[in-house]
Each structure stands twice: as structure tokens, then as C-alpha cells.
Design a protein around this ligand. Structure first.
Ligand code: GDP
Ligand code: ZN
Length: 298
């Protein structure tokens, strides 16, 4: 039979079948390495089942493991939402890096501004201006508060029928959002760790929570922080939606928008059409990657 991996790691997983039954499974052989969200073929036996095959994935979300190598973390995600809040104060560089790294995975991206109850419209440190700029790049922005429930219905509607995940800095309210949207989330996590970890409670494993209205929300503490899973500085520009569009007007097709003459991106920044901090995020990613490249040949 076919089912969906909703939790587990190593060789032990929990697979949910179409009728909602949850089966503890082992992987059958080294060539089968499922991750949460995978659709798998399962052979049932007396104590559970064996995962025999991982079906083709429509997307794969990877996190950066040791040595900067991409490690598959969640399969078949449709949408990843970057969560931010007025407190902790958003780090613009992290926001730009998250958006760029998700852009590289062919997964839809949205932004959730949580803790709206704490937003001071007159003195928000430029937050709303930055969000308006990102909206102009076609990133949908949801404004919510788990404290007073504002905006949660609208955000829940964006999750309906899709497999989604929340990422963002620690403390922005990802767990609070999960608990608001999936009331039985904590109970499920306990149940899953009982099935996959012989009773040991794990807070680091990835869990897929079906949503009441259809679709699912994946909770993956290990992928709350992400790195760009690319190694070539020339691949970074296309992951910034604004730079991708403006770069068509650069004099050189392979312009890295650093020192080159006739660079339309630098002109756009000078003319105030692109925020300087966005450009700085881009330049920081390119130059640090170049330094890492350089070290390889020392
Ligand atoms: P996570 O680290 O992203 O999972 O963040 P948590 O869900 O643990 O939330 C961090 C803190 O922010 C907690 O103290 C929450 O109570 C608080 N918090 C979450 N949502 C809101 C909100 O909408 N408004 C306010 N004022 N605080 C919130
Ligand atoms: Zn350029």
C-alpha cells in the first residue's frame, strides 16, 4: 500500500495511509531513504511495516548540514512561510537569505508577520516599508497575532490543501502558530516520538501535521535556520527576485553586480529603486562564498 511519511528518522518512521491509520515502519535496505513528507510504498507485517520504495518527489527541501553539504529534510512541500515579528527585531540579512534559499528550491514562498499586537505603526523601524517592498516582488504577506487571533483565519486559508512549513528566527512564534493552527500538535508529537524513539521524547525530529481543513503543516525544528545550498556566486543573483529582473539591463550578461561597469543593479540602488540593505545582503552572500571558494585553492 501507499502512504505518507509523517515522522521519524534513521530507520524508523511513521507512515499515514489514506484512511488515516498510522503505521510504525522500518526502512527496507540502504537504498531506501525517506524523509518526512515522502509518499512511500509499504509492505505491512504483524508489527507494522517495511518501507520498500520512495515515490518520486515533487519538491525537496534541504537543510545545510556539516561542511555545508545539503541534507534532504522534507519532501513534497508546496509552500514555505518565513515568519517574522517586531520582536525579536528582524535581521534583514537573514530574511533575504531565507527568501533566496527557498527561491532556489522551486517551492512557493510567503511571509508571515506575527505579533501584530506589538506592531507600532508610527515607529516600526521600517518593517512595514520593507514588507511593502517584498509584496511588490510578489511575496504574499500575512499579518497575524497568535496572542489575539488576528489574521489567523486568512493565514489558515492560505495553508488549506497544501503542504506547508514555517521557517524563521527563533522566538518569532513558529511554535505558537503551529499550536494555534493544529490544536492537537503537541499530543501528536508525543505519539510519534513514542512510535519512533521507543518512548524518548524528541524535540528535533520533523513532523507532518494534517490540517483540519485539508493540507498539512510540517514542523521541523532542525530546519528553522537555513543556508543557501549553492556553491557558485553566479547562482545567487537569480535567487533575488528584484536582482533577477534588474540584471537583464546590466551591460555584461555574467555581471555579479560588484565592481562591473554598466551595472543596472548598482544604478537601481543609487536611484533608490532597490533598498540598499537588500543589495548589501546580496553582496555579503557573494563575497563570503567567494572567500570560501578562494580557500579551496590555497
Ligand atoms: P518560535 O521560537 O519561533 O517557535 O517562537 P514561540 O512560538 O516559542 O514564541 C516565542 C515567544 O513569543 C513566546 O513567548 C510566545 O508567547 C510569544 N508570542 C508568540 N506569538 C505572539 C503574538 O502574536 N503576540 C505576542 N505578543 N507574543 C507572541
Ligand atoms: Zn550588474
Amino acid at each position: 500500500m501507499v502512504g505518507r511519511v509523517v515522522g521519524g528518522h534513521g530507520r524508523r518512521f511513521v507512515v499515514e495511509t489514506g484512511d488515516g491509520a498510522r503505521i510504525p515502519c522500518l526502512t527496507g535496505g540502504r537504498s531506501v531513504s525517506p524523509v518526512c513528507g515522502d509518499m512511500v510504498k509499504v509492505e505491512a507485517d504483524a508489527d507494522g511495516g517495511h518501507i520498500r520504495e520512495v515515490l518520486p518527489r515533487r519538491s525537496l527541501f534541504s537543510k545545510t548540514g556539516h561542511h555545508g553539504k545539503a541534507v534532504p529534510a522534507v519532501a513534497n512541500l508546496d509552500r514555505v512561510f518565513m515568519v517574522l515579528a517586531p520582536i525579536p527585531v528582524p535581521e534583514l540579512f537573514l530574511m533575504d537569505k531565507y527568501l533566496a534559499s527557498i527561491e532556489g528550491m522551486s517551492i512557493e514562498t510567503g511571509i508571515v508577520l506575527n505579533k501584530m499586537d506589538l506592531v507600532d505603526e508610527r515607529d516600526d523601524g521600517g518593517l512595514n516599508r520593507r514588507l511593502a517592498y517584498l509584496e511588490s516582488l510578489d511575496y504574499p504577506v500575512y499579518r497575524v497575532s497568535t496572542r489575539d487571533g488576528a489574521g489567523l483565519e486568512g493565514f489558515a486559508a492560505a495553508l488549506e490543501g497544501h503542504v506547508s512549513m514555517l521557517v524563521g528566527q527563533s522566538g518569532v512564534g513558529k511554535s505558537s502558530l503551529l499550536n494555534a493552527l493544529v490544536p492537537e500538535a503537541e499530543h501528536r508529537i508525543d505519539e510519534l516520538s513514542a512510535a519512533t524513539d521507543e518512548g524518548r521524547h524528541t524535540t528535533t525530529s520533523t513532523t507532518l501535521h494534517p490540517l483540519p481543513a485539508g493540507g498539512a503543516l510540517v514542523d521541523s525544528p532542525g530546519v528553522r535556520d537555513l543556508e543557501l545550498a549553492i556553491r557558485d556566486p553566479a547562482e545567487i543573483g537569480p535567487l533575488f527576485r528584484d536582482i533577477r529582473a534588474i540584471a537583464r539591463h546590466c551591460r555584461f550578461a555574467n555581471c555579479l553586480h560588484l565592481q562591473e561597469p554598466g551595472c543596472a543593479v548598482k544604478t537601481a540602488v543609487e536611484e533608490g529603486k532597490m533598498p540598499e540593505s537588500r543589495y548589501k545582503s546580496y553582496r555579503w552572500l557573494v563575497t563570503t562564498m567567494r572567500q570560501a571558494e578562494g580557500r579551496k585553492y590555497d
